[in-house]
Ligand binder design. Structure first.
Ligand SMILES: NC(=O)c1ccc[n+]([C@@H]2O[C@H](COP(=O)([O-])OP(=O)(O)OC[C@H]3O[C@@H](n4cnc5c(N)ncnc54)[C@H](O)[C@@H]3O)[C@@H](O)[C@H]2O)c1
Ligand SMILES: [Zn+2]
Length: 346
């Protein structure tokens, strides 16, 4: 474990002097991350550990209420600090709970999944789900600081690591061709291979967010792969066979890359090159159980669509992306057909 990084956290706590610290974790990060953290913690400040069950199903108002109740039981004041130790579920839920209790107490993120390290802990979006509507309730609220310790990735299951890798690929595709090339040159996705690239990937997201915090314009490019990805993710969730967010994003990026070809934003050769490289890491997921109507209707309901056309963020080259690209349902269906019929581009 990198002592220098933990000394950043200790120094931060010495400066902030919170009245109390709550560490929010799930059962897995309690087991794998909290012991290491506490061993290295140098502070006299009283602390509590709040553990929730692992998984997206916990990102609800009920869990947030439980957290608020515990804050209230401890007579938490506005000088308390919530430290979110976990993946995107913990950072979204913890950020939401802290930003709403007494109109906002301070919080920090100590992300423990790759997805949280390079994506969900950055940019100040907090949220919980309402039934099948993901992240539909939430706030924009920034953590005091984010502490990234890549060593935590050593206990993360491979599929979870790969899920975060999809968002890193996205950062390269939308804004940084060199980052993309670097990522696709890795022969395998491992914590060791990825650790040196995390900071840069996070910086790409951070610099986009800095230009447009409330997602009025350029921040929308971070949604590349997510329009189709989210629709498919929701359908798998409704079928009670959930797939990981990054797996859905990889699928979505393949379809939306094809869509960019159909919209004449990139050549077929570049499109195939991108798709082939995503497929190198992400095996085909069958979507034959879902009809065109089911997938389209999830995307058509979005209020950002105009005149029957669907609003996408689409790459127009490797490392560059457009937003508010309105596409016809016919092209979207053609991109979905392409995915269904092309198990792999060789
Ligand atoms: N706010 C944002 O901008 C933003 C962006 C992207 C995703 N998200 C949200 O993030 C969530 C997904 O995040 P996630 O993929 O990190 O999921 P997650 O938080 O559910 O973590 C995935 C799994 O890994 C386990 N885990 C975490 N760290 C571990 C470690 N070091 N060792 C072993 N196991 C560990 C967790 O217990 C969980 O079972 C979704 O709810 C999504 O909506 C938010
Ligand atoms: Zn995402």
């Amino acid at each position: 474990m990198t002592d220098r990084r933990f000394s950043d956290l200790n120094q931060f706590l010495r400066n902030l002097k919170p009245s109390k610290i709550f560490f929010l974790c799930d059962e897995n990060t309690h087991q794998h991350c909290i012991p290491e953290l506490l061993q290295n913690l140098e502070t006299e400040i009283p602390f509590e550990i709040l553990e929730i069950e692992a998984g997206e199903t916990q990102k609800t108002i009920e869990t947030a209420t439980r957290i608020w109740e515990i804050f209230a039981e401890f007579e938490t004041d506005r000088n308390a600090l919530l430290a979110n130790v976990g993946g995107g579920v913990i950072t979204d839920l913890g950020g939401f709970s802290a930003s709403t209790f007494k109109r906002g107490i301070k919080f920090i993120h100590i992300p423990t999944t790759l997805l949280a390290m390079c994506d969900s802990s950055i940019g100040g979006k907090t949220g919980i789900d309402l039934h099948f509507f993901k992240n539909i309730i939430g706030t924009f609220a920034l953590p005091e600081q984010i502490f990234v310790y890549p060593d935590f990735l050593k206990t993360l299951p491979f599929e979870e690591l790969r899920s975060g890798f999809a968002e890193m690929l996205k950062h390269g595709l939308i804004a940084d061709a060199e980052h993309w090339e670097h990522l696709i040159s890795l022969d395998e996705i491992s914590a060791e291979n990825i650790a040196p690239l995390i900071e840069h990937s996070g910086n790409i997201k951070q610099s986009i967010v800095n230009q447009d915090f409330k997602e009025q314009n350029i921040r929308k490019i971070l949604n590349f792969g997510h329009s189709i990805g989210h629709a498919v993710e929701s359908l798998f969730l409704k079928n009670e066979t959930p797939i990981l967010h990054g797996e859905a994003v990889a699928l979505g990026m393949i379809c939306e890359t094809r869509l960019a070809v159909l919209e004449n934003l990139i050549s077929e050769d570049i499109g195939n090159y991108i798709i082939k490289n995503i497929q190198k890491y992400f095996p085909h997921i069958s979507i034959t159980d879902f009809s065109d109507e089911q997938i389209l209707s999830l995307m058509m309901n979005d209020k950002k669509n105009i005149g029957g056309k669907i609003n996408f963020s689409l790459i127009n080259g490797i490392g560059t992306c457009l937003f508010n690209e309105y596409c016809s349902p016919e092209n979207v269906l053609s991109a979905l057909d392409f995915y269904r019929n092309n198990a792999a581009i060789l």
